[in-house]
Design a protein around this ligand. Structure first.
Ligand code: DHB
Ligand code: FE
Length: 281
């Protein structure tokens, strides 16, 4: 049977991708940003930790969808996804390959389980998906894992609640663990942490709030479930709401144990957070 072995969360700040693509890993600005991923790169390269499939929770930033189409929860079921052109041409990273049978199984299981997913058969993927892959795997010729992309709308209100996202994660776990193929599956949550990209509060970073969020992924997940949107807005800035995608990851895990944490300020205008959680240790 397929098994969720770990949860991985990371900010998806586009600047991380720029640093990797332009070979700036040893530049003094980027060095401490990349240092925090070294542990994970080594961990994920070990055969027992290498995922066959990553269920990757991310948000599109008006690259594949615009104001004409705003799916709240959607799942990519195509064979593969090309990097999106976000204004400077597509990133020169490999196409992302899906496990379509698992993706369709998850879609069916979620819909029967009362999460009415939008099914996406054609989509280019932006930094929300490709930057986490680059952070974890560097610059390979092909990504070393298959990816089932699950998108959450965190761009245009109304945005789903953190608790709804947590319950989606629980339903994803039921879906994955009823898939008959033996697969090592990881669930990744992306985005965050505190950041605001526009307006008078642009550059807002709340380190204390972010660290407590990281603590409570293992210490008090029930508190995280109940954080209302207004608290994300007030305490973490307008884009801090991306952290509801970490709650999808959290909902899919059972009594996780923290293996590794990285928090660095600033990356671009943003607090960068990254955590690795072992499932059901
Ligand atoms: C930044 C962060 C994001 O999450 C994003 O989607 C775009 C930009 C930033 O901090 O630059
Ligand atoms: Fe983002």
């Amino acid at each position: 049977m397929a098994k969720i072995t770990a949860g991985v969360a990371t900010s998806h700040v586009p600047l991380i991708g720029v640093g990797i693509d332009q070979g700036k890993q040893n530049d003094p600005y980027f060095k401490p940003i990349f240092a925090g991923y070294e542990w994970t790169k080594e961990w994920i390269s070990k055969p027992e930790n290498k995922p066959d499939v990553v269920v990757l929770i991310f948000n599109d930033h008006a690259s594949a969808f615009g104001q004409n189409l705003i799916p709240t929860f959607s799942i990519g079921c195509a064979e593969e996804f090309a990097p999106a052109d976000e204004g400077w041409g597509p990133r020169l990273v490999p196409n992302v390959k899906n496990h379509p049978d698992l993706a369709w199984h998850i879609a069916q299981s979620l819909i029967i389980d009362e999460f009415d997913m939008t099914i996406i058969n054609e989509m280019d993927v932006d930094h929300g998906l490709t930057v986490p892959l680059s952070a974890m795997f560097g610059q390979p010729d092909a990504w070393p894992t298959l990816v089932v992309p699950i998108m959450v709308n965190v761009i245009t209100y109304p945005i789903p609640s953190g608790d709804r996202c947590f319950r989606l994660g629980q339903a994803i776990a039921r879906a994955v663990e009823s898939f008959p193929e033996d697969l090592n599956v990881q669930i990744w949550g992306t985005g965050g942490m505190s950041h605001q990209l526009q307006g008078p509060r642009a550059g807002l970073i709340n380190q204390e709030w972010d660290q407590k969020f990281l603590d409570d992924l293992t210490a008090d997940p029930e508190r995280l479930r109940t954080i209302p949107h207004i608290e994300y807005l007030r305490e973490t800035g307008s884009e801090g709401i991306e952290m509801v995608m970490w709650l999808v990851m959290l909902g899919a895990l059972d009594a996780p144990k923290e293996l590794h944490r990285h928090y660095h300020v600033p990356a671009s205008n943003t607090a960068l957070g990254h955590i690795v959680l072992e499932n059901n240790p």
